[in-house]
Design a protein around this ligand. Structure first.
Ligand code: AMP
Length: 120
């Protein structure tokens, strides 16, 4: 898989505002936040898109959601709620080809996204 900006964040060759790290995953603030709270949870294993998740990765992807929920509780927004989503490929709006869970919180978020697009 081609190296991405996220591989450089994982190996610490570029800086990020790291919120959580363990042997499998890393969470850091999004550089261009789309909500009052916006961070990304990524696997250290490079997986390009949701389509590339293999059977052996199922627990790893579940772990990303566990990290998201842990941070939501630790940061105090779990009860109010949040969105945790992965964008896939062009129509999903994916720009970095290393899977990442967007965690967005801190205000009521619009849904469904297609209606949001029509309002713009
Ligand atoms: P996506 O468009 O779903 O692929 O999301 C990629 C996200 O990565 C965007 O929300 C970007 O703002 C974010 N991003 C790109 N480069 C960095 C970086 N160096 N540090 C933190 N977030 C980044």
């Amino acid at each position: 898989m081609a190296e991405t900006i996220f591989s450089k964040i994982i190996d610490k060759s570029i800086a990020a505002d790291i919120l959580y790290e363990d042997e499998l995953a890393l969470a850091f603030s999004d550089i261009n936040p789309q909500a009052p709270i916006h961070f990304l949870v990524i696997p250290k294993k490079p997986i390009a898109t949701v389509n590339d998740i293999e059977e052996a990765d199922k627990s790893l992807v579940g772990h990303l959601y566990w990290v998201a929920a842990k941070l939501a509780k630790d940061m105090g927004f779990a009860e109010q709620g949040y969105r945790a989503v992965m964008n896939c490929n062009e129509h999903g709006g994916q720009t970095v080809y290393h899977i990442h869970l967007h965690v967005l919180a801190g205000k009521p978020l619009g849904w469904p996204p297609y209606q949001d697009r029509l309002k713009v």
